[in-house]
Design a protein around this ligand. Sequence first.
Ligand SMILES: C[S@@+](CC[C@H](N)C(=O)[O-])C[C@H]1O[C@@H](n2cnc3c(N)ncnc32)[C@H](O)[C@@H]1O
Length: 202
Amino acid sequence: MVDEKTTASVRRKYNRVARFYDMRFMKMDDRLHKEIWKYARGKVLEVGVGTGKNIPFYPKDVEVTAIDFSEKMLEKAVKKRDELGAKVDLRLMDAQKMDFPDRTFDTVITTCVFCTVPDPVAGLREIRRVCKPDGQVVMLEHVRSCRPVLGALMDWLNPLVYGLIGTNINRNTVENVKKAGLTVTRVEKLWGDILLKIIARP
Ligand SMILES: C[S@@+](CC[C@H](N)C(=O)[O-])C[C@H]1O[C@@H](n2cnc3c(N)ncnc32)[C@H](O)[C@@H]1O
């Protein structure tokens, strides 16, 4: 069962964060974000589109649907889509209970989202459900470090970061992907062991 109270609280935080998200983070990781979109094939779902950081990187030959549960983040994504003339179906939707039928998408992409989804395993189970059996899930996610000192520091700082912006800096997302019943086919370390590219199949 999805915890509605926590979900509402994280949504409220992202509605606040929307005001400064592009200022603070837009210039970060453009190369890594762009690279993730090379995996997009066919019908693509972007979960947690945010303010639309990835919209400029959508390949022309795919059909993208993108969701977010924060109205304010999504408003910015709509503006970006219209400015860029991009073709993307943007929808206000909770990743923990999506409206799409089973086996809808060939590719599901997330960038820096599963640090925030209140119940990450529920969200990942939904991704498994809406992804076609021969489809692929591609994620760019920051996670807790396995190094003892850095990992402990991340645990210590997490309540502060979560309280401010609704992001968890100490999640074990690879483990969550497995718990959701997805099969992890590749994990690539991008910044030490705290930023990962994770590829999985339903
Ligand atoms: C850190 S931002 C990342 C945005 C974008 N993917 C990027 O790379 O810039 C996380 C986004 O995930 C969204 N999000 C978190 N939980 C969600 C959920 N349960 N359903 C839909 N979107 C969610 C937040 O509203 C926020 O826009």
